[in-house]
Design a protein around this ligand. Structure first.
Ligand code: SAM
Length: 211
């Protein structure tokens, strides 16, 4: 059952995407890098099952389809966010599985070969929600899966979209995700917002261990 806090989170994000253009939100990026190159570095073919967790209105899905990916799921708490992406894609939206729900408790329909999260995990400032996220990650990936999680870096902003965030180094993120995931690559990334501010992110790519 969804908690009051969960309902509040959903209402917050629906409002953001109803009131703002997806091109003006601070996390907007014209080209979804380094996500695309990290997905490629993960080594899975375009036939792999991929989920973009909290994908919002990101253009990552457009680029994945253009690269031949045929099994893409985009999950977001806000249906308005997915609406933006679906309208932008037009007919191509039919090739994507769209899920409105909370990553911490939705039926994601895994297992996935590739799990991508840019700027979602860092909103989970409550340890119980991080634990639920971890459980979802474990339930919805198998051995060899590529897991990419991007968060604000240790010197990144303390808030995003008016909400507090937790900041991570690749190592502290690895500790959060637990021993089932081996850190294979980490990149420090400076993101320039549409308003011209620079935000420091870390992008980490993990491999799920066997067993
Ligand atoms: C900062 S935005 C990033 C969007 C997208 N990943 C990108 O890089 O453009 C965070 C997104 O996560 C979604 N979100 C926040 N909490 C979530 C949750 N618990 N489950 C699923 N989506 C969530 C929001 O609706 C929003 O679209």
């Amino acid at each position: 059952m969804t908690s009051d806090a969960g309902t509040d989170r959903r209402a917050h994000w629906e409002k953001v995407y109803c009131e703002k253009s997806p091109l003006s939100v601070s996390w907007y990026q014209a080209s979804p890098e380094p996500s695309l190159s990290l997905i490629e570095a993960g080594g899975h073919p375009p036939t792999a099952r991929l989920i973009d967790v909290g994908g919002g209105a990101s253009t990552l899905v457009d680029h994945l389809l253009a690269r031949g990916h045929r099994d893409v799921t985009v999950l977001d708490l806000a249906s308005a966010a997915l609406g933006h992406a679906r309208r932008r894609l037009g007919e191509r939206a039919g090739a994507v599985r769209w899920l409105t729900g909370d990553v911490t408790d939705a039926d994601l329909g895994g297992p996935f070969d590739v799990w991508h999260d840019r700027a979602v995990f860092h909103f989970l400032t409550d340890a119980r929600l991080r634990s639920a996220y971890r459980a979802q990650l474990l339930d919805n990936t198998g051995a060899g899966a590529c897991v990419i999680v991007a968060t604000f870096a240790l010197d990144g902003p303390e808030r995003c979209s008016g909400l507090p965030v937790a900041r991570y180094s690749p190592e502290s993120l690895a500790t959060e995700l637990g021993p089932a995931f081996r850190l294979e690559e980490a990149r420090a990334v400076s993101h320039t917002t549409p308003g011209g501010s620079v935000q420091h992110f870390q992008f980490s790519r993990f491999r799920r261990r066997a067993g």
